[in-house]
Ligand binder design. Sequence first.
Ligand code: NAD
Length: 508
Amino acid sequence: MNNLASSVLAERFSPDTDRDYAMLIDGDWVQSSSGQTFQCVDPFDNVPWGRIPAATVEDVDRAVRAARRAFDQDGWGTTSPLVRSQLLRRFGDLIGEHAEELAKIQIHENGKLITEMLAGARTLGPQAHYVAGLAENIHGRTFQSLIPNTTAYSVREPIGVVAAITPWNTPLGLLSWKLFPALAAGNTIVIKPSEVTPTSTLRLAELAMEAGFPPGVINVVTGFGQPTGSALVSHPDVDKIGFTGSTGAGRAIYKQAAERIGRVTLELGGKSPNIIFADADLDDAVHGVMAGIFAATGQTCMGGSRVLVQDAIHDEFVERLARATRSLRLGDPLDPSVDVGPVANRAQFQKVLEYVEIGQDEGAELVTGGVTRGDASGNGNGLFIEPAVFAGVDNGSRLAQDEIFGPVASVIRFKNEDEAVSIANDTEFGLAAGIWTNDVGRAHRMVGRVRAGTVWVNSYRLVSFNVPFGGFKQSGIGRELGPDALDAYTEEKAVWINQGNRQTFGRH
Ligand code: NAD
């Protein structure tokens, strides 16, 4: 790891680091009822900033009651879809005008690269317009009734009050997957952003207010999983939970919601295989593997953390991967020439280092990386870890089974398609997979056999708002994005019209 990017850029964005932030409840910007606050920490230089309200159970209750009132009494749930779509389009335009600012706030919170965050922020505007189009196209279905003299059709109605709970790795992108369809479908929402990245969500909420959403339709409570997130999940007036985060927290939320048969969409963890066949273009595959696991410093749910490499090319591939990995530039995430930024927070930093040790204890070979690089920040304090490549990894080991959520690639050897499939599917997760081959028949066979919500062929980490995303197995429940994104935020109501039959005692 020789190249350090310049550590401090002239235009380095500084949010108002001494600011007292406020949360949004019922159209008002308020402090916590306890007066307590917490801080963000910039992972690039490890400096705390801002004071963010720590929402209490009472604050959460107030936010949910505001959302309930906005839905039931103020009539948001029965507004014309056209009104909702127009507001969403205005919101999208404002987001577009502030894309760079939104990207930079997130970088200050989580240290992700400007190239990725800017592209993501610039997508939010078009995405809002796409979802606004879905609002203009909500429709039920008509059925050819099997019962004489009756008509049957269905309508789609909003579910009610939605709770959106989001992680720190892509704060606004993953929020938009919930917020836009929830609003488009006529729900009201209470958002609980990650405690690591709350201010970007607060800024987005300011733009929503500027766009003209009525009070109570969008609320934001800031705080930790306990008590803030938990109070939201267990609130009896929350009808639907849209959650993205770890499988552990998702499981706890699923259990809590089950008490009242609450609707949930869960986007959870992954341990995705990136499978390299001997017939692949190896230059492309090396790039694809690195982009799959080292982009976003490995802090992406779909990270290709298990690199399955076919026997015939195994040694050469590991050598090329290690060489390319060593040439990656660590440094300031605001510098567009940097390849890998810091790990997003102290807890994550320690977890990654712990897994580097676990991997070695389990007998895997650490080929490169896995050591800290505080100097990549210029002041010695940044949360930097050199991207790590392990070889000789056993798929049954913790290195291969646990989600590390960091820049750690575990190379696993395989002989043939059958063995690749069996290793790829031998995990509790099923979020994504990559397949690298020049054999079109093999590509199709593998797509059919790998159990994952998204499969890329000769590519990795492509996501677009018009294509559904979600996980098999313990990677989640339901799908976000795509043309059916509003389904998860609506109930389908069946309607029967009797055309003159006398009611019978039987069903019909
Ligand atoms: P996390 O589960 O620790 O936290 C996510 C959110 O849930 C935070 O806002 C947190 O405060 C809240 N929370 C935690 N416990 C809670 C509880 N008991 N009740 C209510 N809320 C609670 O996850 P994280 O560390 O912020 O994010 C990383 C994880 O997110 C990884 O596992 C990653 O795979 C996953 N992720 C999944 C996707 C996907 O689309 N499948 C996308 C991004 C991240």
